[in-house]
Design a protein around this ligand. Structure first.
Ligand SMILES: [Fe+2]
Ligand SMILES: [Fe+2]
Length: 281
């Protein structure tokens, strides 16, 4: 079974390199001919309240022929915690706006004997009613999935590189982690895939392959230290997974993409301005 994970497309209604890259990746994914595509969020450039970015993203991503499921990232629905980026906390309204374009923010797809599961990482530690709804659903997963091998996807990674960095900016919230781990212990998870870090890395946890997928839009070469998020490849791409008896993740990228730093993307600077975010110099 072949699955492609695309993430952190950060598409703006103003176009520019994120959109041009996304179009190249859409065509490239079709050439890879996967059975299923999972988008692990940060679909839109930065501001969860800019509906025009969702419209633009949806139009570009519609070019993918394979069945696709889309999860939200912090830039699609806001994030939990005391100090959310751009003063955009995750809210019921923001989740509803995401769902209106991309469907429900959690899923199970059974593909060729595998259970492909997606969770909304921005709900953990949020205290929203949608968090409890998601928990109630998560706790039915062992029954829904049975003995099948599982590939589990989230926007933010479930675990931090080191436990002191387990926080709602980087990972699944620390208060929710033990409850999630209790459910995971009842599943045969063979692969974990996340986005958010804009960096490709493959590690291993209790026999499962743990993948951090790269962005298709921009890289953070200097901003985030490897001490915090772990080592990885700072390049744009997607991840192709061969899911059979074994799990084989493969970094893939087409020719012709441009690879800017975050602040080299004009549309990102415009969005930051519109959100009133001033980044430290
Ligand atoms: Fe991102
Ligand atoms: Fe993110």
């Amino acid at each position: 079974m072949k699955l492609v994970q695309i993430t952190d497309t950060h598409i703006s209604h103003l176009g520019g390199s994120p959109s041009e890259n996304a179009r190249l990746f859409v065509q490239f994914i079709d050439e890879l001919a996967p059975d299923i595509v999972v988008h692990t969020g940060d679909v839109t450039i930065l501001d969860p309240d800019e509906d025009r970015d969702r419209v633009a993203a949806k139009e570009i991503l519609a070019g993918i022929s394979a069945p696709m499921r889309v999860l939200p990232g912090n830039h699609d629905v806001g994030e939990p915690g005391d100090d959310p980026f751009g003063d955009r906390p995750v809210t019921s309204e923001r989740i509803a706006a995401f769902r209106a374009h991309f469907g429900i923010d959690r899923f199970v797809e059974i593909v060729d004997g595998w259970a492909v599961v997606g969770l909304n990482s921005e709900l953990f530690d949020s205290g929203l009613p949608e968090e409890e709804e998601q928990w109630a659903w998560i706790e039915t997963l062992p029954e829904l999935v049975g003995p099948r091998p599982v590939a589990l996807f989230t926007h933010k990674p479930i675990w931090a590189h080191t436990p002191e960095h387990q926080n709602t900016h980087l990972t699944v919230g620390p208060d929710s982690l033990p409850r999630l781990e209790a459910v995971l212990a009842e599943l045969d998870v063979r692969a974990f895939g996340s986005g958010h870090l804009h960096r490709y890395a493959v590690t291993e946890r209790d026999g499962a392959v743990v993948v951090s997928a790269p962005s298709t839009a921009f890289v953070h070469r200097s901003a985030v230290s490897a001490d915090v998020i772990g080592p990885g490849l700072t390049q744009l791409g997607v991840v192709e997974y061969e899911l059979d008896e074994r799990v084989l993740p493969l970094f893939r990228a087409p020719l012709g993409i441009v690879e800017p730093e975050f602040l080299e993307v004009e549309q990102a600077r415009i969005a930051l301005d519109a959100m009133g975010v001033v980044l430290p110099a």
